[in-house]
Design a protein around this ligand. Structure first.
Ligand code: ADP
Ligand code: MG
Length: 229
């Protein structure tokens, strides 16, 4: 059984009198633990596809099976439960809670999952250590650099050990050094077994993935796999 199975996915937005076909006839199968990059011109549907995969948006038509289960017929609450346990989403602009410290931002998903204070402390400290943020754990986002903020966001997205990490231009707002650090952490998580999909405009980052998708006008125009050496 594949991790993800998309069949004939359509996403149509109505903008005034016009229909925008953001996703057209998307068929895609992704196995557990795969590493994909997703490239393509601005407006080609990359974020729409990631949002559908992340259950942040519903397709207009088509089938989306995650772990063998059709997600399209689930209620919003059921989708939120799956999102919380199986999917980690990383955004270009971090989306941290500004008034919470790094520690508290990362702790949030564990609080929502009803994990005890003691276990939260252990797990959050461990992941902040692993992402090189131990000394910054009591800082708020505005006291952190962009790269540090994104590392907090990755820690938050993966503290529940999801099966799937979706990263929408995670380095788009970072200098190249911080960008490389962020990519390295994402790749480490992939090596640990999490499937990883990275949307990027950066060819060097896109080429790192073993499987490379290219979108054009809402369609997957290319799906290349590197022969394993
Ligand atoms: P990309 O991430 O590749 O730049 P998007 O997925 O954001 O592309 O957008 C694909 C197309 O769908 C674009 O034409 C965009 O304007 C349109 N679109 C995306 N989201 C919405 C929305 N919420 N409402 C209307 N149109 C949208
Ligand atoms: Mg986008």
């Amino acid at each position: 059984m594949s991790l993800i199975n998309l069949k004939d996915i359509q996403r149509v937005f109505q903008v005034g009198d016009e229909l925008v076909h953001a996703l057209q006839d998307v068929d895609l199968t992704i196995e557990a633990g795969e590493y994909l990059s997703l490239m393509g011109p601005s407006g080609s549907g990359k974020s729409t596809l990631l949002n559908v995969l992340g259950l942040l948006d519903r397709p207009t038509a088509g089938l989306y099976e995650l772990d063998g289960r059709d997600t399209t017929t689930l209620s919003d609450i059921e989708q939120a439960e799956i999102r919380g346990s199986k999917i980690g989403f990383v955004f270009q602009f971090f989306q941290l809670v500004p008034r919470l410290t790094a520690f508290e931002n990362v702790e949030l998903p564990l609080m929502l999952a009803g994990i005890s204070v003691a276990e939260r402390r252990t797990r959050v400290s461990a992941i902040l250590e692993k992402t090189g943020l131990a000394e910054r754990m009591n800082h708020r986002p505005d006291q952190l650099s962009g790269g540090q903020r994104q590392r907090v966001a990755i820690a938050r997205a993966t503290i529940n050990e999801p099966e799937l990490i979706l990263a929408d231009e995670p380095t788009g707002n970072l200098d190249s050094t911080s960008g490389s650090e962020v990519v390295a952490i994402l790749e480490q998580l992939n090596t640990g077994g999490m499937a990883l999909i990275v949307v990027t405009h950066d060819m060097d980052i896109g080429r790192r993935a073993r499987r490379r998708l290219k979108m054009i006008d809402g369609c997957i125009a290319e799906d290349l796999r590197e022969a394993r050496s």
